[in-house]
Design a binder for this molecule. Structure first.
Ligand code: CA
Length: 398
């Protein structure tokens, strides 16, 4: 998944990771483009479609510069969710669910995806269609497909963008979106658009830029494609006791809710959890002193949408807020480690043999797993959230 605008806001992985791996572009642009057009035709894309698109198949160095220069700044879950799950967005989401109630009802019946889940992505990705990006998609995709670093990935996206034109969903001129080629009110990449978009309003076009019904149904269809299970929850805020076996708080560990209840986990307001067998993981995005959630199988769909834990947790939480949940309990989490300290920590963890993914200063899922292993080694509460104490112990080598 590539989610350009939000990647910039939350984390940047691809740019930083790829900057270290030099590569070479494959010859002059015009030659490359001629080859691309031949390949498109060989795949059944018409000469007419290619001719329509041709004026937009241009190289834009600015796009590659953005992609290569992605600046890394990280935000904690609370920083990000305070901003992104703001009151106006909750209220607007609720108002739009009312406005499109019959559409949402039909969609929930057909796809099993509740309205607040769709509205949350709609709000986060484009502020409900208000901000879809200002970049010419075909030029973005052409530039990123010509650039050597992720050429294959973006070449496939570009070919699917041409298929969208051929199918009559959008004209080349209408294809305006994020710098990374995402389109429409829930910012789908062209390949997702081509595969999952549906014509809910029945005008013969799958229009994810202008038609709210098309956007909502297509988003639901995409979520089902990512594995959404109708009738199941996605995230519930909980209260955790001080003596929990913290190493159980791990997205790779699923326990029945009854088991969590036996550990003393309750609903956030103190009422008991349903004592059933529904599998759930305990998610502590800022460690054991911060907010706490049980997340269910459907949470994996959020991680498929965007594998940033901060984004996914925020999107899932915002959906519960739109559905009427009260604001979360903030707890008293330790201060976030500065960027340079996370990088230092990753370097030490990698040197100690742990897989932290890219050493990018970003606290991703792999880094959290490595932190957990190190906490267990030091006999610290293994909540996967790095603290200054852990860093000091590792620097001291004891
Ligand atoms: Ca339509």
């Amino acid at each position: 998944m590539i989610r350009g605008a939000l990647l910039l806001a939350v984390l940047l992985t691809a740019g930083a990771a790829n900057a270290a791996a030099p590569c070479r572009t494959s010859g002059p642009f015009n030659q490359w483009l001629a080859d691309l057009e031949r390949e498109a035709m060989a795949q059944g894309i018409s000469q007419q479609t290619i001719a329509e698109a041709a004026p937009y198949l241009t190289y834009d160095q600015r796009i590659v510069n953005i992609d290569r220069g992605q600046r890394v700044f990280t935000q904690t879950f609370l920083e990000f969710s305070d901003r992104m799950a703001a009151a106006y967005r909750i209220q607007r989401g609720q108002a739009l669910i009312k406005k499109y109630q019959p559409v949402f009802n039909r969609i929930e019946q057909q796809y099993g995806v509740p309205a607040p889940v769709i509205a949350s992505f709609w709000g986060l990705e484009s502020d409900f269609g208000a901000n879809m990006g200002n970049y010419r998609s075909l030029s973005s995709l052409t530039s990123l497909a010509y650039d050597c670093r992720r050429a294959d990935r973006f070449r496939a996206q570009l070919l699917d963008a041409l298929r969208l034109i051929q199918r009559g969903d959008l004209t080349p001129a209408e294809m305006v979106g994020s710098w990374a080629g995402e389109l429409g009110q829930t910012q789908m990449m062209p390949s997702e658009y081509y595969k999952y978009a549906v014509d809910e309003d029945g005008d013969g076009k799958r229009d994810l830029l202008h038609s709210a019904p098309d956007v909502l149904a297509s988003t639901a269809n995409y979520l089902v494609g990512l594995g959404w299970k109708g009738g199941e929850p996605w995230l519930t805020e909980v209260h955790v006791p001080a003596n929990l076996p913290w190493q159980q708080a791990d997205l790779d560990i699923q326990l029945p809710r009854a088991k969590w209840a036996s550990y003393g986990v309750t609903l956030a307001d103190g009422r008991p959890l349903p004592a059933d067998n529904l599998p759930a993981s305990l998610l502590l995005p800022m460690g054991r002193m911060g907010p706490a959630f049980l997340v269910y199988q459907n949470f994996q769909v959020y991680l498929q949408w965007n594998n940033s834990l901060v984004y996914s947790t925020t999107a899932a939480y915002l959906a519960t807020r739109i559905a009427g949940a009260p604001p979360l309990h903030r707890g008293n989490p330790p201060p976030a480690l500065p960027f340079a300290d996370v990088k230092a920590l990753q370097t030490m963890l990698a040197r100690a043999g742990y897989d932290v993914g890219a050493i990018d200063g970003f606290l991703g899922l792999k880094t959290r797993q490595a932190v957990k292993a190190m906490q267990q080694k030091y006999g610290l509460p293994a909540d996967s959230y790095p603290t200054a104490e852990l860093l000091a112990r590792m620097r001291g080598g004891h």
